[in-house]
Ligand binder design. Structure first.
Ligand code: TYM
Length: 337
């Protein structure tokens, strides 16, 4: 097994990132057998695809490194790095640009959502972003990619690119790339905004009340949960009763995911109760779960040198691990080096 996944170091790590991805990263890391390896990286090269502040990006990269370690990513068990220190990512993207098709990228829902009606005014990087993401995983012969639901389409594209490249430039017996499998959690694959049950929880939402950040203090968490949008009905006693109630479904899903129980199990306990009872219980569970993470996060942020060292060491390992596939790609394309 070779596990690879990334996160953009823009803004805070929020509950959607944690339940949809990072918690699974930690579980996969802790369940790794000898000879298998996890690589987790900060997608700083992806972050320049949209307008950004260089000072904030630098700060965000270190903060996200601290956040991952605070969540349980162990830099002695997993390879932790940022893309900018491993030039093979950008190199492989260019090599794959010859294989990726414009029609494939045009179909990406994230491109359509982010570009909106102003496609002509977007950066080329926003359009070709999924090719860099394909490079990120294909570079390491990745077998499994733990992600939230919103990244599944990008992973399908990575498989298409790998397959076409193997067909065009390699033989079936000696493919250059492994086809990666996305691993999406059965529960919490898509945590929604606290203000709108039809929009995903996201760092780019202008309202901070729409998300729980992992560094939020207890009072802020309780306030956000209390103010979360709901409906006036009490909770049903079975999951089917949440149909057409996206905000209620979201809050129950969060509770279920945090406590590793099923939605039906939670409704068995809270069915018939109103949000006046459920919200404080959810708030407390969130505070209890996030407290050790935010305490550790604050401690780690204090030691800039240690964070730099983690990223430098991880990057050195990643550069080494990426070399054989990068060399094989150049060679398959007939590029003389
Ligand atoms: P990013 O930074 O937007 O999110 C990081 C991870 O968090 C998951 N996620 C969510 N899961 C559930 N509910 C939500 N509301 C929610 N919001 C975010 C995402 O699915 C993701 O797993 N393009 C990627 C970063 C990336 C990457 C890669 C991922 C770059 N290269 C290679 C995997 C493999 C991104 O912007 O994720």
């Amino acid at each position: 097994m070779r596990v690879v996944s990334g996160i953009q170091p823009t803004g805070n790590l929020h509950l959607g990132n944690y339940l949809g991805a990072i918690r699974n990263w930690v579980r996969m890391q802790d369940g790794m057998e000898d000879g298998n390896l996890c690589l987790f990286f900060l997608a700083d090269l992806h972050a320049i695809s949209q307008p950004h502040d260089p000072i904030e990006l630098k700060k965000g990269t270190l903060e996200m490194a601290a956040a991952l370690v605070a969540c349980g990513i162990d830099p002695h068990k997993s390879v932790v790095f940022n893309q900018a220190q491993v030039p093979a990512h950008a190199e492989l993207q260019w090599l794959l640009n010859g294989t990726a098709r414009i029609g494939w990228l045009n179909r990406m829902t994230q491109w359509k959502d982010k570009a909106g009606k102003n496609r002509e005014g977007q950066s080329v990087a926003l359009f070709s972003y999924p090719v860099l993401q394909a490079a990120d995983v294909l570079l390491y012969q990745t077998t499994h990619v733990p992600v939230g639901e919103d990244q599944k389409q990008h992973l399908e594209l990575a498989r298409d690119i790998a397959q076409k490249f193997n067909n065009d430039f390699a033989s079936e017996e000696a493919p250059v790339f492994t086809l990666p499998e996305p691993i999406v959690p059965p529960q919490a694959a898509r945590i929604m905004s606290l203000r709108n049950g039809d929009a995903k929880m996201s760092k780019s939402d202008p309202s901070d009340m729409s998300r729980i950040n992992l560094a939020d203090d207890a009072d802020t968490i309780m306030k956000k949960v209390k103010k979360a949008k709901t409906d006036p009905e009490p909770l049903p006693s079975e999951a089917g009763g949440l149909e057409g109630r996206p905000e209620a479904l979201n809050l129950v899903t969060i509770y279920a995911a945090l406590s590793d129980r099923s939605v039906d199990d939670i409704l068995g306990e809270f069915g018939g109760e109103g949000f006046g009872t459920f919200k404080p219980a959810l708030g407390e569970l969130l505070v209890e779960t996030l407290r050790p993470i935010s305490t550790r996060f604050v401690q780690l942020l204090d030691d800039r040198e240690a964070l730099d060292a983690i990223l430098a060491r991880g990057a050195a390992q990643a550069r080494e691990l990426s070399r054989p596939t990068l060399d094989a790609t150049y060679s398959a394309l007939g590029l003389v080096r």
